[in-house]
Design a protein around this ligand. Structure first.
Ligand code: DAH
Length: 346
């Protein structure tokens, strides 16, 4: 009987590799453990053997059964793999990358922010930051923006409820918090926290009570620039901004400084660019940022002697630059999280 069991197992194990289909497998399995199977026949003999031999025989039968189960499992797994491979047409190489795998990418606004900050970094500017929740003094007063300026109107700027009075406002008691309407407040924070010479760019999020349309968003991003030193002149302003424009828009880009007004610069300008190869926007003057020489009143507001120090400042919208660089016609694309849009910048 022991010999019989050994034969059953060894025959099963040599027959198994030839089994290729499920019906073949079922016949094979029934021939061993089905009601007329060879293994079943041996098990039936258990009834007729002497009592004292039963435990030893039972053990041998169990071992043989386990070996057969292992052969069945292995054979079935092989058949199932072959069925799946046949269904997929080709053998599977699980180490290949998925054809629609998308590794991810920087958002186009982050890309432009990094590019612009990188250009100014090479021109000697470091990165500065300020809070998005500002006080009126940092956002307006210190920037020489008078109480009756329209930006200070509740209708134009997002103020926090009147009972959230700023506790860290160093200059004015009892002033309100607001969501900063521009990054120019970082100019003030930087000049108060370190001594000149100063050369910083400050990227960050800004907020305005704008009605959202193709060119306006209540939430947008700016990059502010500030350079405070002795004898900073308009020539410095023009050369710094010209280098920046050429790096972003190419050497063929022309620039012009168009007189304008900002309370914190004197004189003030809008910088326009004209680029020959920019699709529908080619060869047209396009406004890209505000800039100017720092108004002496601003220097005085932060305790700098305007006879000793001078400065230049500029501020640009990151969305605006990204729209020009990529020919995007609607600012809302940046915030819609539509991968069909975003993947174009991967
Ligand atoms: N803060 C201005 C705005 O949001 C932009 C600006 C203009 C910033 C002139 C400057 C500047 O630093 O000198 O419209």
């Amino acid at each position: 009987m022991q010999q019989q069991l050994a034969n059953i197992v060894s025959e099963a194990s040599s027959a198994a590799p030839a089994i290729k289909t499920r019906p073949e497998f079922e016949v094979f399995k029934a021939g061993l453990v089905g009601s007329k199977g060879s293994m079943t026949a041996v098990m039936k003999l258990m009834g007729s053997i002497p009592k004292e031999e039963k435990p030893a025989m039972g053990k041998l039968i169990n071992e043989a059964k386990q070996k057969l189960e292992a052969i069945f499992a292995e054979t079935l797994a092989r058949i199932e793999d072959a069925e799946l491979a046949a269904k997929l047409g080709e053998p599977i190489d699980p180490s290949l990358p998925s054809p629609d795998d998308f590794a991810g990418m920087r958002h186009p606004l982050s890309q432009i922010r990094e590019e612009v900050c990188g250009i100014f970094h090479r021109l000697g500017f470091t990165i500065a930051e300020g809070p998005e929740l500002e006080t009126e003094w940092f956002c307006f007063d210190a920037l020489n923006t008078p109480a009756n300026h329209p930006a200070r109107d509740m209708q134009d700027t997002l103020f926090l409820p009147a009972d959230t009075k700023a506790t860290d406002a160093p200059k004015k008691a009892d002033e309100a918090y607001l969501l900063r309407s521009h990054t120019s407040s970082v100019q003030i924070r930087t000049m108060l926290s370190r001594k000149p010479p100063i050369r910083i760019v400050a990227p960050g999020r800004c907020f305005r009570r704008d009605t959202v349309d193709a060119t306006h968003s209540a939430n947008f991003h700016q990059i502010e620039g500030l350079w405070i030193d002795k004898n900073v002149t308009l020539k410095d302003l023009k050369s710094v901004l010209d280098s920046f424009v050429r790096e972003v828009f190419g050497n063929a880009a022309e620039t012009r400084l168009r007189p304008s007004f900002f309370p914190f610069t004197e004189p003030s300008f809008e910088m326009d660019i004209r680029v020959p190869n920019m699709g529908a926007l080619s060869n047209r003057w396009l406004e890209i940022m505000g800039c100017g020489l720092v108004d002496p009143k601003v220097l005085e507001n932060v305790g700098l002697d305007a006879n000793e120090w001078s400065g230049l400042a500029f501020g640009m919208g990151i969305e605006r630059i990204a729209m020009l660089v990529h020919g995007i016609d609607d600012i809302r694309h940046f915030y819609a999280n539509d991968l069909r849009f975003l993947r174009q910048f991967a």
